[in-house]
Design a protein around this ligand. Structure first.
Ligand SMILES: [Zn+2]
Length: 115
């Protein structure tokens, strides 16, 4: 490609716990925390054997984003409230897993049991 791929121009946590990233091409993408957590690219989260099922949002119900740090203008390191902070989300990865504004699924709620 002869043009630079888009990079974030702004990133903030919305009151709804969604991460919102504005991109240099003018687009704005939304990231539910449980989706981000489920798509963590680190070696610890990726399935270690091909038969192992990939993680889904059901594995991370109630998880929120704790902090966000930029790494060398190519990625964000995202820390989550479940204590996980190894995930390095590159710009292409974030473009891939983001939802257009208004189309992000709501995070699953913790189940409430009748007693
Ligand atoms: Zn991870």
């Amino acid at each position: 490609m002869s043009y630079p791929p888009p990079h974030p121009t702004d990133a903030r946590l919305l009151a709804t716990e969604l991460l919102e990233i504005s991109w240099s091409d003018g687009s704005k993408l939304h990231y539910p925390p449980d989706h981000l957590r489920a798509s963590c690219p680190c070696a610890q989260c990726a399935p270690t054997v091909p038969t192992e099922a990939p993680k889904t949002t059901r594995d991370f119900v109630g998880v929120r984003i704790r902090s966000l740090g930029e790494i060398g203008s190519y990625a964000f390191r995202i820390a989550f409230t479940d204590g996980h902070e190894l995930g390095i989300y590159t710009w292409p990865k974030l473009r891939e897993v983001g939802f257009p504004e208004g189309h992000a699924p709501k995070p699953l709620e913790l189940p409430v049991f009748e007693v």
